[in-house]
Design a binder for this molecule. Structure first.
Ligand SMILES: [Zn+2]
Length: 320
């Protein structure tokens, strides 16, 4: 049940809990997601910063996540934080802060290695290590996973088997676009089952002129005028009647981050374009749409361990 042929068996009809055609666009809750990693861990920087240099770099992720938590708090928005195990190990208080403020803690793997660069064994080791660490620190079940650089695609759909076998309930790792670093253009655009009890929830694209256009986050959101991004997300809500999945990174709101020496022009442009406007641009985005956590939108309930503990009167939230 593995290999490229498996894509054909993906179920196209979302379960009833997903937004239905009867739902108005303004009633649809979109998913706000943050990939918690630092500027030097971005895959495009890998040729310039070796993994064994990470410990020597100035870390800025903690203060940037604190700013994101304040921004979300001002808007009363709850979100999903796909957090790197490496960051959690170094900044456990950051993880506890995310949970304490009512956000969903999810996994971005441990070491930010592309799933497509790993074999089954190493991939499984990475996701198990991250899940266990995050659960130990956060005190909540980790149900969601996002592959670094959306690195699940035609060549490694077996990764879904590994996620299912290790207790994950959803993945948000496919990007149905054409891109030089990632993408699976012919993947289903919306949530679909990829195993027993495992749902894949791809990054949102807009279908226009026979192709999919990236429309919900990352460098594209910084590059395009906000009005265009708003229009695209609005179209997905109004025409497709589906929740959009928006994503960004803590380093994208940090214009003062150190410049990495020697990087090529394309990487420099993609990494830095409009970074000084990003935080201001998130304000109208949070105001103009309804946002929530991935688990509450797509799994229909908060994580079971937390609910169980809460039902027994056990306090789960703790001060950061
Ligand atoms: Zn990442």
């Amino acid at each position: 049940m593995v290999g490229p042929g498996r894509a054909l068996s993906l179920r196209r009809n979302p379960p009833a809990a997903y937004p239905s055609p009867g739902m108005t666009a303004s009633a649809i809750t979109n998913a706000m997601t943050i990939d918690v990693e630092d500027y030097f861990q971005v895959s495009a920087m890998a040729p310039y910063i070796r993994r064994n240099e990470w410990d020597t770099r100035e870390c800025r992720v903690e203060r940037n996540v604190e700013r994101i938590l304040m921004l979300l708090g001002r808007h009363g928005t709850r979100a999903t934080f796909f957090t790197l195990g490496w960051v959690a190990r170094r900044y456990p208080q950051l993880v506890r802060g995310i949970v304490a403020q009512g956000h969903e803690l999810a996994s971005h793997g441990y070491g930010h290695q592309r799933a497509s660069d790993l074999g089954r064994e190493d991939f499984t080791e990475d996701i198990v290590r991250a899940k266990k660490l995050l659960e130990d620190i956060g005190g909540v079940a980790v149900q969601g996973y996002r592959a670094p650089s959306f690195s699940i695609g035609k060549g490694n759909l077996w990764a879904f088997d590994c996620l299912q076998a290790t207790g994950h309930r959803y993945s948000s790792s496919l990007y149905p676009i054409q891109h030089d670093h990632y993408g699976m253009p012919d993947a289903p655009r919306f949530a679909h089952a990829v195993g027993e009890g495992l749902v894949e929830i791809p990054i949102t694209t807009l279908r226009l002129g026979g192709r999919n256009w990236p429309s919900s986050g990352g460098g594209y959101f910084r590059l395009l005028p906000y009005a265009l991004s708003r229009w695209m997300i609005g179209r997905v809500n109004a025409v497709d009647r589906q929740s959009a999945i928006f994503y960004f990174h803590p380093w994208e709101i940090d214009p003062a981050q150190p410049r990495v020496a020697g990087i090529d022009l394309k990487t420099r442009f993609r990494h830095h374009v409009n970074i000084d406007r990003m935080e201001r641009r998130l304000d109208p985005l949070l105001r103009d749409f309804r946002w929530g956590r991935m688990d509450e939108i797509f799994l229909g309930s908060p994580d079971p361990i937390r609910s169980r503990l809460a039902a027994r009167g056990v306090p789960v939230l703790s001060a950061p």
